[in-house]
Design a protein around this ligand. Sequence first.
Ligand code: GTP
Ligand code: MG
Length: 436
Amino acid sequence: MNNNDTIFALSSGHGKSGVAVIRVSGDDLRDLFLRITNRKSADARHAYFATMRDTAGDVIDQIVATYFVAPQSFTGTDVIEIYSHGAPAVVEKIFEYLRNTGARMADAGEFSRRAFYNNKMDLADVDGLAALLDAQTDAQRRSALQSMMGGDSEIYNNWRGQMIEISAYAAAILDYADDELPANIGDTIRTKTQKLYEEITDALARYAAVRAIRGGFNVVLTGETNVGKSSLFNAILGANRAIVSDIPGTTRDVVSATLDIGGYMVNLSDTAGLRETNDTIEKIGIERTQSEIDSADIIINVHTPDDAPHTLPHADKNTICVVNKSDLTNAPHTDNIIYVSAKNGDGVSELTNAIREKISAIATAAQNGVAVNARTHGLLSDAASELKSAIDAPETNYDIFSEHTRRAADAIGKILGTITANDVLDATFSQLCLGK
Ligand SMILES: Nc1nc2c(ncn2[C@@H]2O[C@H](COP(=O)(O)OP(=O)(O)OP(=O)(O)O)[C@@H](O)[C@H]2O)c(=O)[nH]1
Ligand SMILES: [Mg+2]
């Protein structure tokens, strides 16, 4: 293990910038640090101002550099951070310098991989870090930070610890006499297993919401042709994106745009209006509308004053009922229906507020507990089904009970990377960019 070749990468963003951060990781980088900073001695975790020179003595740049001594660094190895001017030519010159010392460019995620091997991070933390680097909205930032800072790992470790203990007790029931074990141990472990099963099923149920926070909430405009869906789409966006016309059946393809509503990322889609049609292309459009509806987190059902529902058509909690073209009528309003006019902008901000409220309600439910992602979803489902099999095992068969709870613990171990295969590691780290 103790064989970390020296790697480097640009950890700050690419392109022209005020300052660039170049990170170097390896075993015993003290000499390299002294050469870079042109010093005779240096303390760890101090910022040193220096004039960095190449081997010919020509100045590369004026820099600030810091030396982190293992294990007190991001990777757990020795680390040097060089803060130079952000010009691509400066960065390239520093890379050349480092290459000449025998260092090599790091692979994507290689710093985090070292952090993982040196027990600085587990895989749940790495998932959080990847999500944080992708965060575009405040809600994404908060959710990712909680995972990255060990919030999820704590819950997973706790679950795994309980499962291992339960499995051990179940095995002990077979091997020990009753009076050598805690009273009612059989009942106790069954109750505990049931509770764990419920907690994990709850976490799985929050997956859709966590996915929406991380990837954006899918909000879909639907309704009959010509009700003004495309007009409303443009009004919400504040931009003329979708084609509007008085010809029914104008929109064929799904038109989507991303926007920030109250700190949440929203993927808003305009769809083909629903009607009976013989037009082949329009039919395909309507099929696409249906698949958008299937993957929607929130549906906006658009009507006009002519077909305005007098009561809410369905009280689905994730549907918003809208009557558009409110400029054409003075008819009294019905509760819980939002009246808008895409034409003059009336009610559009009420509609955006309603979308935000629905999103907040979904997001609040997802705030507590682990941020289930695509990788962990499968493993959590495995854990849940093992626990279910344990619960369903015959009262007398603690052998089977012990085996299933142990397998559940293994599934959680895989989430943390305590038990893992190389392909899982490759997939997890490669989602990170260079320099992380
Ligand atoms: N008076 C009035 N007319 C509107 C309003 N919103 C849309 N319209 C008009 O209604 C017609 C249809 O608008 P679109 O936005 O194309 O309707 P759509 O629901 O997307 O229609 P399809 O794509 O065919 O399903 C156009 O002539 C719009 O100018 C509104 O708030 N008030
Ligand atoms: Mg349209």
